[in-house]
Design a binder for this molecule. Structure first.
Ligand code: AGP
Length: 622
């Protein structure tokens, strides 16, 4: 995700801003920028693509930017690719170029989040004479603040609250106004932002690490609040513009803990970022109750012309494909093949005309998946990339791209990117079902509503993780763990097993529950843990029977099922429940306890959860 910093006080701002941005590098970025005001009407805006060092060099480590009030930003591209023009800060003036240099704009700002209705707002501003130089939603929101500020002459706080009422989406904003040269104004909805104070100085940041060196006294600005930040003091306002009071919190974390926002590992932090990752990904394609895929090139006409879908990926991304296969086939009645990328290229399978090949990849740089993409294109298939890193090689080489908005994922074991991919594929399946006349508009609306409940249901699961932590400590010395399920539950079992083995180093396998009796059940011994995924009501009894076959041979059973299936406790030794939802989408919920099981087991074994042995975050070799 993007990183925001701000400073106003009695020291030079630029070096402090650069230092803060450096401590936010773990959030991932592809460009960066600063805006500093030296007490007057002019602001100096400097941007750079690539590593933060480029910006530091460009500003002589900040020394070339005099002034004691400024804002800074590292950008993780969402709307608009990584470029100087799209880098923040953005300005309200109708300037040409990249919006950098010495600017006299009334408003200069940085933003973290996604403005969903930025297109309609941009149209509105164009009609009022505004000119745009970037592709970003941020430039739109900065100019919208300027619009209200000029039109109603109501001051920064009211211009910002009017903007907040008008925009839809998520944002953490830090804005400077020409008429208020020593102050910074901030606003927040769903994206993180904190405000720190010290003697004669105040700080803004997306996360604690950026300001921990300067102060431990911070305010956590609430959703839909505005802050007016002056040197050493802050005022807060609600959406009505009425002043409100917030408690001052003392941060007790050390610097290392702070990068993980207080979580012990990046993996646990990213597991907890899943509600936001799924929400942001769905919100990027669901507009006013409709799944809009035009940016992916998949028009309804193209979807109707498809004869088959090949999903190609590696590891957890392949598991997403395995889950998506069941959902697309059931909803859209379209044949789906799921192939390991490293095998896809060796098949001579005929590729029927109008085949769509979907390559799923978090990094967008996995060599096997890239090679498979190139083979698919050589064979004349239409290709769609579902990737998390904007501008990655797979995204650039595919015919079309659907970005997941999980933000940068640091832990080697994927969690939030996996969940974001799953949500994206579920939404794709629903749109395909409508386009191919397999579901009614009413069913379509219901399914979209169900998708919208997933983030909060994931959040509810995460609120009850202590039982899994306890159970993980009991199984930490297991030698073999089997994950079984049927249909979508089998696909989830695959991911549960990979999470377990890749970070706890315990041997684990996932099996289609019906397959156990064809050989593998010979491995079941006294105490062998068998985890059964039981979310598909039509397959529940059969999988329970398979689990009982294992229990009769000494296995210890854990069951993951939906709320209400409490009879499972007559069969298993340990039951975990997830909220009920449409069974096409319940895999997004069932995977969360399995992620936590793997995580806590690895922690119980004292292993390096974020950087497991032998593994890399992106496998760029074949
Ligand atoms: C998953 O936890 C692993 N890190 C690994 O299987 C990963 O999913 C696989 O290497 C594919 O990576 P990609 O999504 O970046 O292509």
């Amino acid at each position: 995700m993007c990183g925001i910093v701000g400073y106003t006080g009695n020291e030079q701002a630029a070096p402090i801003l650069l230092d803060g941005l450096k401590r936010l590098e773990y959030r991932g970025y592809d460009s960066a920028g600063l805006a500093v005001r030296d007490g007057g009407a002019l602001a100096e805006v400097v941007k750079a693509t690539g590593k933060l060092q480029h910006l530091a060099d460009k500003t002589d480590q900040g020394r070339a930017l005099p002034g004691m009030c400024g804002i800074g930003h590292t950008r993780w591209a969402t709307h608009g690719g990584p470029s100087m023009v799209n880098a923040h800060p953005h300005v309200s003036g109708n300037c040409s170029g990249s919006g950098s240099g010495t600017v006299e704009s009334d408003v200069v700002g940085v933003h973290n989040g996604i403005i969903e209705n930025f297109s309609e707002l941009k149209e509105k501003l164009l009609r009022h004479g505004y000119v745009f130089y970037s592709d970003t939603d941020t430039e739109v929101v900065v100019k919208l603040v300027d619009y209200y500020y000029k039109k109603y002459k109501i001051g920064p706080v009211d211009a910002i609250t009017r903007t907040m009422v008008r925009v839809r989406g998520s944002y953490a904003l830090a804005l400077m106004f020409k008429d208020y040269p020593n102050e910074i104004f901030a606003a927040r909805k769903d994206s993180p932002l904190i405000i720190g104070t010290a003697e004669n100085a105040s700080f803004l940041a997306s996360d604690v690490p950026a300001i921990l060196k300067y102060t431990r006294s911070v305010y956590y600005i609430d959703n839909l609040q505005v802050a007016r930040v002056s040197p050493g003091s802050v005022k807060f306002y609600d959406l009505n513009g009425d002043e409100v009071t917030l408690p001052l919190t003392e941060i007790t974390w050390d610097a290392a803990a702070a990068e993980k926002s207080g979580y012990e590992h990046f993996m646990l932090k990213e597991i907890h970022e899943q509600p936001a990752a799924v929400r942001d990904t769905l919100n990027s394609i669901i507009k006013d109750g409709d799944i809009v895929l035009t940016e992916t090139g998949l028009t309804d006409e193209v979807i109707r012309s498809l004869s088959q879908i090949d999903i190609v990926a590696c590891g957890s991304a392949w598991h997403v494909g395995m889950a998506a296969q069941y959902v697309i086939e059931d909803l859209a009645k379209l044949p789906v093949r799921v192939e390991l990328a490293s095998e896809f290229r060796y098949r001579s399978a005929p590729m029927p005309e109008n085949t769509l090949v979907i390559v799923i990849s978090q990094s967008g740089e996995t060599a096997d998946s890239l090679a498979a993409l190139r083979v698919a294109k050589e064979r004349g298939a239409l290709t769609l990339a579902v990737v998390n890193v904007i501008g990655s090689t797979i995204a650039r080489e595919a015919d079309h791209v659907l970005y997941t908005l999980a933000g940068p994922e640091i832990a080697v074991a994927t969690t939030k990117a996996y969940s974001a991919q799953l949500a994206a594929m579920d939404a794709l399946a629903v749109r395909m079902a409508l386009a191919r006349g397999q579901i009614s508009r009413e069913e379509y609306g219901h399914l979209i509503e169900e998708l919208g409940t997933i983030p909060d249901k994931i959040r509810r699961i995460l609120e009850d993780k202590e039982r899994l932590q306890w159970f993980s400590s009991k199984i930490a010395n297991a030698h073999d763990i089997f994950f079984i399920g049927r249909g979508l539950d089998y696909a989830i079992s695959l991911e549960g097993s990979l999470k377990m083995k890749e970070i706890s180093y315990i041997h684990s396998e996932a099996y289609a529950a019906g397959e156990l009796k064809h050989g593998t059940i010979s491995l079941i011994e006294r105490g062998t843990l068998v985890v059964g995924v039981l979310t598909q009501s039509g397959l529940y009894e059969k999988t329970v029977s398979n689990m009982m076959e294992c229990k009769s041979r000494g296995a210890y059973l854990m069951g993951v099922t939906t709320n209400g299936n409490f009879d499972v406790e007559d069969s298993v030794n340990f039951a975990v429940y997830v909220p009920r939802t449409d069974e096409h989408f319940v895999s997004s919920l069932a995977v969360v306890p399995l992620q936590l099981l793997g995580y806590y087991t690895s922690v119980s074994r004292g292993l390096d959860v974020d950087k497991p042995r032998n593994l890399a975050k992106s496998v760029t070799v074949e």
